[in-house]
Design a protein around this ligand. Structure first.
Ligand code: FES
Length: 140
């Protein structure tokens, strides 16, 4: 069933920090990262394009590890990655989007993540609390 949910429009979100600066630099690579990632996800095929929404956010408190990128979906684990480079890491982000879209609860260990994302995970938060809260709201 989780596999089916991954095919629905914009059920998964990727948030990219647009405030991050390269260390010692004035540029904000988040905007470039969003543009390259949108293009790469579009090229990856319809199901991925329809499943993911990519947007910019002001800051995700990973400022020492620019750029930061988060993957989230209501019933799945949330990930926050740091040290993401728009010139080098787009392929890894797209590969992880493919993985994440078909993982039932979004959970995977670092060795299963592609390339850079094995070593640059700043947080992985399970979905269970969110799901439990939702169930309580539905029951009340
Ligand atoms: S400025 Fe990007 S995480 Fe804080």
């Amino acid at each position: 069933m989780g596999h089916q949910a991954g095919k629905l429009k914009h059920t998964h979100k990727i948030s990219v920090c647009t405030s991050c600066r390269h260390k010692g630099d004035h540029c904000r690579p988040g905007f470039e990262l969003i543009s390259k990632l949108r293009h790469a996800i579009d090229m990856a095929g319809d199901s991925l394009t329809e499943s993911f929404e990519i947007s910019g956010v002001a800051c995700m408190a990973g400022c020492d590890r620019p750029c930061t990128v988060a993957y989230h979906s209501t019933r799945k684990a949330t990930y926050l990655f740091g040290d993401i480079d728009p010139d080098a890491d787009i392929d890894d982000l797209v590969e992880f989007a493919k993985q994440y879209s078909v993982l039932r609860d979004g959970w995977c260990s670092s060795v299963d993540r592609p390339g850079k994302l094995r070593k640059s995970t700043l947080a992985r938060v399970p979905a269970s609390l969110v799901v439990i809260e939702n169930q309580e709201v539905l029951a009340s």
